[in-house]
Design a protein. Structure first.
Length: 264
C-alpha cells in the first residue's frame, strides 16, 4: 500500500496561490492546471484537486455564494489559510515566487494560469539592470492579482464581456496607492476593458449594491455622443456578469468607491 504523503507548508503556499487563480468549478482532476501542478509536486491530480477543495471549505467568500468546499481541511490547511490572508503583502509574492521556482520560470518571466490551457510561461527578453527585491515583489504581486481577478471573471470584461485578454485590466476598487492592505485581495478587483477601467479609476462609472452599472453626471453630460452611448449608456443598470462560482467583489469596498463617484 502506498504511503500517504503529508502536505508541507511550502506546497500549501503554492496551492493557495493557484487556488485564487481557479474558480471552484475548475478544481477537479481533469483541469489542465491541476494536472500540471500534480506532476511538478509528484502527487496525483486527484490529491491536488481534493486539497484545493479542502481549502475552499475555509473560504468565507465562497460561503457568501452558497458554495461549500470539501470537508477534511487539516489544521495546517487552516493555519496556512489564515497566515496567507492575514498578510497578503508578504505571502502573495512569496507564493508567486515559489510557484515560479516549481515551474522553473525565473522572476522576470511572464507566467499565467489559463484555466483551459494550464500554466503558460513566456520567457523574458534579455535582462537589463539588476532589479531590486522590493521591485520584484511588487511585480510578482501585480502579476498574481491580474491573473486571479481575470480568471475570477472568466477572462471577460464584467461590463461588456469582451474576452481579449490583452485588452483587459484587473481594476482595483480601493486604489493601490491608498489601501496597501487590500492591494492583492481578489475581492478588491474587477475585470474591466481598458476603457471601462479608465472610467472606473476616474469615478466616471461605479456599481451599486447589486453590482449594476452607474453613470456619473459628468459622463451623462457627454450624451448623446455615439461613443458614450454605445460604450456606457447601453450597459447602464446592467449587473456585472460573472460566473456563478466566482468570488463577488466586496460591497463595502464598492460603497467606498461610490462616495467619490457621487461627487463627479
Amino acid at each position: 500500500m502506498a504511503v500517504r504523503k503529508n502536505w508541507t507548508r511550502d506546497e500549501l503556499l503554492i496551492l493557495l496561490n493557484v487556488y485564487h487563480k481557479l474558480r471552484f468549478g475548475q478544481m477537479h482532476e481533469r483541469q489542465p492546471t491541476v494536472i500540471t501542478l500534480a506532476k511538478k509536486l509528484e502527487r496525483t491530480a486527484g490529491s491536488v484537486a481534493m486539497k484545493l477543495c479542502n481549502l475552499a471549505s475555509l473560504d468565507p467568500a465562497l460561503k457568501l455564494r452558497g458554495i461549500k468546499g470539501l470537508d477534511g481541511a487539516s489544521r495546517l490547511d487552516a493555519t496556512m489559510w489564515q497566515e496567507f490572508h492575514d498578510n497578503l503583502e508578504a505571502c502573495v509574492p512569496a507564493s508567486e515566487a515559489a510557484l515560479r521556482e516549481l515551474m522553473k520560470a525565473g522572476p522576470e518571466a511572464e507566467m499565467e494560469v489559463l484555466p483551459k490551457q494550464g500554466i503558460r510561461i513566456i520567457k523574458p527578453p534579455p535582462s537589463g539592470p539588476t532589479t531590486t527585491t522590493s521591485t520584484v515583489n511588487v511585480r510578482l504581486g501585480q502579476d498574481y492579482f491580474r491573473n486571479a481577478v481575470l480568471n475570477n471573471f472568466g477572462g471577460r470584461c464584467g461590463v461588456t464581456q469582451l474576452g481579449l485578454r490583452e485588452l483587459l485590466i484587473a481594476s482595483h476598487i480601493l486604489p493601490w496607492g491608498t489601501h496597501a492592505g487590500q492591494r492583492l485581495n481578489v475581492r478588491n478587483g474587477l475585470c474591466l476593458s481598458r476603457l471601462h477601467d479608465a472610467a472606473f479609476d476616474r469615478h466616471l462609472i461605479s456599481f451599486d449594491d447589486n453590482l449594476r452599472l452607474l453613470l456619473s453626471k459628468r459622463l451623462r453630460s457627454e450624451l448623446p455622443q455615439r461613443a458614450v452611448q454605445e460604450n456606457f449608456a447601453a450597459y447602464e443598470s446592467q449587473a456585472l456578469e460573472m460566473p456563478e462560482d466566482s468570488v463577488l467583489p466586496d460591497l463595502a469596498f464598492m460603497a467606498e468607491h461610490r462616495e467619490t463617484f457621487l461627487t463627479m
